[in-house]
Design a protein around this ligand. Sequence first.
Ligand SMILES: CC(=O)N[C@@H](Cc1ccc2ccccc2c1)C(=O)O
Ligand SMILES: [Mg+2]
Length: 368
Amino acid sequence: MKLSGIEMRRIRMPLVAPFRTSFGTETERDVLLLRAVTDEAEGWGECVAMSDPLYSSEYVEAAADVLRRYLIPALAAVEPASAIDVAPALHKFKGHRMAKAALETAVLDAELRAAGRSFARELGATADRVPCGVSVGIMDSIPQLLDAVDGYLAQGYVRIKLKIEPGWDVEPVRAVRERFGDDVLLQVDANTAYTVGQAPLLAALDPFGLLLIEQPLDEEDVLGHVELSRRVRTPICLDESIVSARAAADAIRLGACSIINVKPGRVGGYLEARRIHDVCVANGIPVWCGGMLETGLGRAANVALAALPGFTLPGDTSASDRYFRTDVTVPFVLENGHLPVPSGPGLGVEPLPEVLAEITTSTEWVPL
Ligand SMILES: CC(=O)N[C@@H](Cc1ccc2ccccc2c1)C(=O)O
Ligand SMILES: [Mg+2]
């Protein structure tokens, strides 16, 4: 397969409602899409970086710059015959895992479309549909939160995740339990908002039978999570801390977490995400597929990943309309709480030309 260049395209997609977390409030996505053009097929990759470096150090303008200045030119040097050649070619550049993930995904999509193989088959999926959870933001009031949760349960979501922060944690969890009962699968995500000194605040969540508490402490405070797991009964799940299979193995070995949220963009791509899955399965650690408010392109790949056998907990692989009124692909629609795994070549989906044209804010061709 000969790669002739990468089109970098920025699209703007308004969110159906503001999405508030402990690190800020989002009202729209400014997404960087990559289109890999080869002599055999084209492939798409979606960079999950936010507009600002609030979830991690990456942000979309930096991703575009590092791709243009370093990552795409590095591929010119190696003439990647396959997606497995991409990460080694980019290894010398530190970090920028979301940018690297988008590039590897675009090359992998082109390679798989040319071969007529799906992401699901390539990654080792064993299911043709996946159960879906939903991530619910911090709200202005408890009644507003309960209305949102009511709506998502009515749509069929099989698991509810509540964003929390100090001052919005026990009360919303108690309210959801009181209104919807003990059988609803319920978990929380702090996005690093607590300190290990606030362990009592988090231990106050123990009576509510949560599946997990996600990333309560700073992403670099791995030993803090070890200490926290001794003071809180609810299982600890890591997200921002797990940037590679090595980080996953270390966190498991140290006892910093008993569940891991796998996000391909955070770890440098779907091939590394599969390695994390394999490490976790080998250690008896359940994984689930996290979300970064992806368009249907990233969503398609995430659903394929979520169909691997170690993904035993519902992920944040929500339907398109959780975030967007109009998705850039044919929308993913929840069916009995599940999303179907795309079975076509590569991602199995592609941008709808008229939607893509309407939401594009810039395009840039970077030849190899
Ligand atoms: C679904 C979910 O909760 N995702 C992230 C947080 C998050 C929140 C808001 C975002 C806005 C733009 C891009 C990525 C974002 C990621 C998480 O699990 O921690
Ligand atoms: Mg998270």
